[in-house]
Ligand binder design. Structure first.
Ligand SMILES: N[C@@H](CCC(=O)N[C@@H](CS)C(=O)NCC(=O)O)C(=O)O
Length: 219
């Protein structure tokens, strides 16, 4: 059995699954993935076998179960300090943790207004007023990270961190629904989408042949 098994849902729309998956792939942490198809009559029973919350992602590390996306990323950061999942500088690390946690608990109107769907043709979709405010907040956070701490590379804190992993599904939403993006936002979106890990995820999502999720079917 592999050291790590990551349980994930459909790549087309399981935004939470994407976060630890892309972090592990990008940072070259070897793992096996185990797929639990979402939105079927059997899903709840299948999830109950592997997940204490009935949700994915879940990481099984030699029998130790870690659930909740941010907890999985923190666990990996503890195990692999050399991968620098959090920035080394304490001030940058505080900001990275803050923006990652804000993502974990927030931006509901963006997530529901723009559900991740990697097979949807790209076309602008307006958000409601709360969604627009959250979109503006995300853009200002990305700018704060990039302008303050991103000089050493193309990611939020220069090199790839857990903060980039947490925002990766939002990046896909900006690409799918955001229309014409501000140049600096477009540049960050393109950097994330062009990583081999994200390309790999998209390629596998494109092979999924099940029906599309309806609106609000995931967050
Ligand atoms: N707070 C959880 C959210 C996980 C979550 O909502 N996962 C969705 C898939 S993206 C899920 O498992 N849904 C169960 C279902 O669709 O039956 C986390 O951070 O991991």
């Amino acid at each position: 059995m592999a050291e790590f098994t990551l349980f994930i849902g459909n790549k087309c729309f399981s935004s939470w699954s994407l976060r630890p998956w892309v972090a592990m792939k990008h940072l070259k942490i070897p793992f096996e993935e185990s797929f639990v198809r979402l939105r079927t009559p059997e899903t709840a029973a299948n999830l109950a076998k592997v997940s204490p919350t009935g949700l994915v992602p879940v990481l099984n590390h030699n029998g130790r179960i870690v659930w909740e996306t941010l907890a999985i990323l923190e666990y990996l950061a503890d195990l692999y300090p050399e991968k620098k999942l959090w920035p080394a500088d304490i001030e940058a690390r505080a900001l990275a943790r803050s923006v990652a946690t804000e993502m974990h608990s927030g931006f509901r109107e963006v997530r529901y207004g723009w559900p991740m769907n990697l097979r949807r043709p790209k076309a602008y979709k307006a958000l409601d007023a709360d969604g627009e405010a959250q979109r503006a907040r995300i853009e200002s956070l990305w700018r704060q990270c990039r302008e303050g701490y991103g000089k050493g590379g193309p990611f939020l804190f220069g090199h790839f961190t857990a903060a980039d992993a947490m925002y990766a599904p939002i990046v896909t939403r900006f690409d799918t629904y955001g229309g014409e993006l501000a140049p600096d936002i477009r540049a960050y979106v393109d950097v994330v989408l062009s990583t081999p890990a994200m390309r790999h995820w998209y390629a596998e999502a494109a092979k999924e042949t099940w029906p599309e999720p309806g609106p609000h079917e995931q967050d």
